[in-house]
Design a protein around this ligand. Structure first.
Ligand SMILES: [Zn+2]
Length: 149
């Protein structure tokens, strides 16, 4: 679970500073709070592999987002004419598998253990509490954003 005083802006600012070598300044974090620790862990793994493969200033993160209820972090060569070595491509695929597996069992909203499910046609990974809250919110005609609480 996230700490009670979790501060999204500060957490993201710290990630940006720590991983400035691989994060473009204008990259958006299209995930809810519960996954931000998974993003931090994934970026650390990605940066470690990039450094190990001597790609530090030639690779960057292009997108951080949810897709089909899973966390995705896309890493690409900075320059179109470059191509990842087989080793780095394999390393990055390992990270991709790790973070998608962890995210499939982590509530997007609060970080508690969760399950990937389809709710009203939309893939989401939520804990039991937030899955119930979301279903109730949908059945009441989506009145506001309060279901996350
Ligand atoms: Zn939750």
């Amino acid at each position: 679970m996230l700490p009670i005083d979790f501060n999204r802006e500060k957490f993201i600012a710290d990630i940006r500073e720590k991983h400035s070598a691989i994060l473009p300044a204008d990259i958006d974090f299209y995930v809810e709070d519960g996954w931000l620790p998974v993003v931090a862990d994934g970026l650390q793994q990605i940066q470690d592999f990039i450094e190990k493969n001597r790609w530090l200033h030639k690779a960057h993160v292009r997108q951080i987002k949810e897709k089909f209820g899973e966390l995705r972090i896309y890493v690409r060569p900075r320059y179109e004419e470059h191509q990842f070595s087989d080793e780095l491509a394999t390393n990055l695929a390992t990270v991709r598998d790790n973070i998608s597996r962890v995210s499939r069992h982590t509530c997007e909203v609060c970080g508690d253990p969760g399950e990937l499910d389809v709710i009203a046609g939309y893939h989401q990974t939520l804990c039991g509490y937030h899955a119930d809250r979301r279903k109730a919110w949908i059945s009441h005609g989506r009145p506001d954003e309060e279901w996350r609480k």
